[in-house]
Design a protein around this ligand. Structure first.
Ligand code: UDP
Length: 231
């Protein structure tokens, strides 16, 4: 594993509050990312927007406008998380598919790879830049574009189960799961467009719970207990 793309859902940044930011949670993520960078593994990051915005407020709202708010929420999340990483001593960059003035820079593959090769953390904010997509799709797209080895997806749930562990105490967690099964059974672990893109471009994923102690580091250095999605 030389280059990873870490995906954090927006809600992951909010901790127990489920909205906005939980400083302790973000600081813990930043410390883990610093430890990974210190091992000379290159880190890029995509963050969702769910801690600020969950789609249309009613059927009266235009979907495109709602998605634009969602994309901007991901920019705010990246600004916050990048600042937490700066406080840990990391150099960071935020790239977006659309102009955000002096706050971010436009995505450019060569530039992103140059930063990563310098040991600097690169955030891909703003999703794909298009409505009707999700940050899952942006995650897979960016991982393919910057030639990441694997996607590490930190979620509220600690892996892929055969049924909902919240309602079924006997739910079984899979150690591995072929991406073709996620696509064929439309499992909803990640959205279908993202799953198809990952399958066609052979981009593996590791899914795990952000709440588990040092789970991001463990996915890289050993002791991983989530689900590996194979391609
Ligand atoms: N979004 C979008 N296009 C993209 C990525 C995201 O329109 O390429 C919008 C969409 O409204 C989405 C929101 O941004 O609901 C936040 O992303 P997501 O739901 O993936 O965040 P998460 O649930 O991971 O926090």
């Amino acid at each position: 594993m030389d280059r990873i793309l870490l995906k954090l859902s927006g809600e992951a940044l909010a901790g127990e509050k489920h909205t906005g930011f939980d400083e302790a949670v973000v600081r813990d993520v930043a410390k883990q990312v610093k430890a990974i960078c210190d091992k000379h593994i290159q880190v890029s990051i995509v963050i969702g927007g769910g801690n600020f915005w969950r789609g249309r407020t009613s059927d009266n709202m235009d979907r495109v406008k709602a998605d634009q708010i969602g994309m901007l929420a991901t920019v705010m999340n990246c600004i916050y998380a990048a600042d937490a990483m700066r406080a840990e001593g990391l150099k960071t960059h935020i790239m977006t598919p659309f102009a955000c003035g002096s706050m971010t820079e436009l995505f450019n593959k060569d530039k992103a790879i140059e930063y990563l090769e310098n040991g600097e953390v690169v955030f891909f904010a703003g999703g794909t830049g298009h409505p009707y997509f999700s940050t899952d799709t942006a995650t897979v797209l960016m991982a393919i574009e910057v030639e990441a080895d694997v996607i590490l997806s930190a979620k509220a749930i600690d892996g892929v189960y055969d049924s909902d562990p919240k309602t079924n105490p006997n739910a079984k967690k899979y150690d591995t799961m072929p991406i073709s099964e996620i696509v064929d059974k439309k499992l909803g672990v990640i959205d279908l467009a993202a799953a198809v893109l990952a399958m066609e471009n052979k981009m593996p994923m590791m899914l795990f719970g952000l709440n588990d102690t040092n789970s991001i580091e463990k996915a890289v250095t050993g002791g991983f207990t989530g689900t590996t999605v194979t391609v």
